[in-house]
Design a protein around this ligand. Structure first.
Ligand code: TXA
Ligand code: MG
Length: 350
């Protein structure tokens, strides 16, 4: 159980060229067993020294996260992979060369220098080398690998800026490095290896198409049926959820989405609607709707960048229910669909 609230220091940093003194202060917190939230090129992470079991346990406590859900270990250089994993298959070595630093997480055999709590007792560990200058600077200054899940309370949407982190974790962590909005807005892609075979356990900021190009081979995307909770426990059905009930309507026309929103409106309360910029305007001018437009429907990277922030904005507006349209399941669209599906209530999503 979390104890007394602690003071959370918010330290503004230049995302492109963070001040060395501020990074050193954050690194000292990490080395002292404390928790620091920091921006990455995907979402904000909640970091602790990955080699310090007590510090890692504090992450689970602060998030209210189930200890069965393993964390990602962030490293500052590709060579550091050898310190956290027991064996690097050739395919993983190649992906580290072409995708790092960047939003690709690889699940590999765990080196026992990494305490079991990081991986929820698994014999594997998930590792990535981020590209964000603040994340890299922090890991290098701390001179230890940093275990970091997304910096949100358990089951909520990932934090894509420092205000989201504070909203969820203020009073529970020592420091937030505020480097402005995270870049992609969608978490890293998690992959696993079986011999030469690569499968995606969680779609993310690196697309399946990109991976297939890099590997010159087909890549399988696992879903609940083929992966199961044991393989990627954090991919459980309800996750990344706003407070309001979310009805996700992939494959429906915009007209159907709008009709559904109007029907919900008749039940009272404020109705949130997630649309693309080009979708028929109008709802904005009617009472009872809060509309979030995520960008052009064919610009999926931009849609991904806005998605979690938009869900939080709708929550803040006090909506009772959110109706969301679908986007093409290609490129970043696969991850967008995955997150909306998991954020939606069991009634519609499966
Ligand atoms: O972009 C990201 O990945 C962000 C930033 C902070 O790096 N981190 C993040 O962490 O999204 P988290 O804890 O929210 O999600 C980690 C995902 C979960 O789906 C978890 O199940 C999976 O990685 N994972 C971690 N370790 C694993 C392991 N040993 N085997 C299988 N899946 C693992
Ligand atoms: Mg998360």
């Amino acid at each position: 159980m979390p104890g007394e609230p602690i003071e959370t220091r918010i330290v503004p940093v230049d995302p492109g060229a963070p001040d060395a003194e501020h990074i050193a202060q954050a690194a000292a917190v990490i080395r002292g067993g404390g928790l620091v939230a920091f921006p990455t090129e995907t979402v904000y992470g909640l970091g602790a020294n990955a080699l310090d079991e007590t510090a890692v346990r504090r992450i689970f406590e602060a998030k209210g996260r189930d200890e069965n859900d393993p964390l990602i270990v962030h490293i500052g250089a590709p060579e550091d992979l050898e310190n956290v994993v027991a064996h690097v298959p050739a395919t993983a070595r190649w992906l580290a060369r072409v995708a790092w630093p960047g939003p690709l997480t690889m699940v590999l055999p765990r080196n026992h220098a990494v305490p079991g709590v990081v991986s929820a007792g698994r014999e594997t560990v998930a590792v990535r080398m981020p590209s964000h200058p603040v994340a890299l600077g922090l890991i290098r200054a701390a001179r230890v690998p940093i275990a970091a899940p997304s910096a949100n309370r358990f089951m909520r949407t990932s934090a894509t800026d420092a205000a989201h982190v504070y909203e969820d974790l203020g009073g529970r962590i020592e420091m937030i490095l505020d480097g402005g909005p995270a870049y992609a807005g969608i978490e890293s892609t998690v992959v696993a290896f079986e011999g030469d075979h690569v499968s995606v356990l969680r779609p993310g900021a690196v697309s399946r198409e990109w991976l297939e190009g890099a590997l010159d081979r087909e890549v399988e995307v696992r879903d609940r049926a083929t992966a199961g909770p044991a393989m990627s426990p954090g991919t459980q059905e309800r996750h990344y959820a706003p407070r309001a009930k979310l009805l996700y309507l992939p494959g429906e026309t915009v007209q159907t989405v709008v009709d559904r929103a109007r029907a919900e409106r008749r039940n009272g309360g404020l109705v949130g609607v997630v649309l693309a910029d080009e979708d028929a305007p109008g709802l904005e001018d009617e009472a009872g709707f809060a509309v979030a437009r995520l960008g052009r429907g064919d610009q999926l990277d931009a849609v991904g960048r806005r998605l979690f922030a938009a869900l939080r904005e709708l929550d803040r507006a006090g909506v009772r229910v959110i109706i969301a349209r679908g986007f093409p399941r290609e490129g970043t669209g696969l991850a967008i669909d995955d997150r909306l599906r998991r954020a939606s209530t069991p009634k519609t999503g499966h």
